[in-house]
Design a protein around this ligand. Structure first.
Ligand code: SF4
Length: 326
């Protein structure tokens, strides 16, 4: 069935290049193509999962969306409004609407502040509430993320990793955002805690109508929470489609390899499945291969793959892949 919801996020041809200088007086300038011509949309109330090995550009994409970096090229639209070239003053109202949950729940909370101060800071900065009203709001947020009211007076070091991530989520929710970028929010947590945090994020999405970009390095983490999944490799989006479609009918050889590494609960199926082990490392984004960025590790590589860079092409409705096999 066609999803008729409006787009909250639209990214068109996003490029995020960083410069690296070397040589006498820094005259040699090279470009690190962290994100290279990436386009996608996220509909209101949906979750787009973004996966790929570390260094593939997924976190940089998330950070560019929220304007932590100034994009090198391309467009970012939020609810139809082009925010690509907005300065920090123009971005202020959007900071409230777009929030981020970080990977490391240890580093992302200031150890000198109480939980009340950490969550309250955003509430006061954005003029949402002060005094008793602010404290009430903090208690409500702690309830929402499954923490207790008396946790408000404690410091981050008094919590477990899972509890700290709950504080990070409460802080993101404090300003009533519409869109949250979850940047590997469960990667640093024990496996037993990961499912709890995913379930909580899903409940919050249903209650509050939130839209998520959920970034993770492995497909098993994103497939449960995502409506659609995008796969990135070396700064490029190589496949994107509905979560079931990408999981059941992966088209790009890189997606096939990632899926072959996902643990299967059924031991018989796990024994029968053939694991695709990728050879070599991800090439440097300073000097990416010609043609297809995946060609140096692809077992299906053809002559054309080193000559022409494949563009994303729709192979079934809503399922796009960038590969010369299609
Ligand atoms: Fe492999 Fe060629 Fe497809 Fe790239 S374009 S993934 S090298 S078959």
């Amino acid at each position: 069935m066609k999803d008729t919801r409006e787009n909250l996020i639209e990214v068109q041809g996003l490029k995020q290049y960083f410069t690296k200088t070397s040589g006498l007086l820094g005259r040699n300038v090279q470009y690190i193509k962290a994100v290279d011509n990436v386009s996608f949309y996220i509909k209101k109330g949906e979750t787009l999962g973004l996966v790929g090995e570390s260094g593939c550009g997924k976190s940089t994409t998330g950070r560019s969306l929220i304007k932590l970096y100034e994009p090198t090229a391309g467009k970012i639209l939020f609810n139809g409004e082009d925010i690509t070239n907005y300065n920090s003053k123009q971005m202020l109202p959007f900071r409230k609407r777009m929030q981020m949950v970080f990977q490391d729940p240890y580093a992302s909370l200031d150890s000198r502040m109480t939980i009340n101060e950490i969550i309250g800071e955003a509430i006061v900065t954005h003029g949402i509430a002060t005094g008793k009203e602010k404290d009430e709001r903090i208690f409500e947020l702690l309830d929402k993320v499954g923490l207790m009211r008396d946790h408000a007076s404690r410091y981050p070091h008094e919590f477990s990793g899972g509890q700290r991530q709950r504080v990070g989520i409460a802080r993101a929710l404090a300003v009533n955002p519409e869109f949250i970028i979850c940047d590997e929010p469960i990667s640093a947590l024990d496996v037993s805690i990961q499912a709890q945090v995913i379930n909580m994020l899903e409940d919050l999405q249903n209650d509050m109508g939130l839209t998520y970009l959920f970034i993770a390095h492995d497909l098993s983490m994103v497939k449960h929470i995502s409506n659609r999944i995008g796969v990135m490799y070396l700064g490029n989006l190589v496949e994107i489609g509905g979560s079931d479609e990408v999981n059941n009918h992966p088209a790009h050889p890189y997606t096939e390899a990632l899926l072959s590494a996902v643990p299967l609960p059924d031991p018989r199926l796990a024994r029968e499945r053939k694991r695709i082990v990728l050879q070599g490392d991800v090439p440097s984004p300073l000097n990416p291969p010609s043609g297809c960025p995946f060609r140096t590790r692809c077992s299906k590589c053809m002559k054309v793959c080193s000559e022409v860079k494949p563009e994303l092409k729709e192979i079934t409705p809503g399922h796009q892949v960038a590969c010369h096999l299609y």
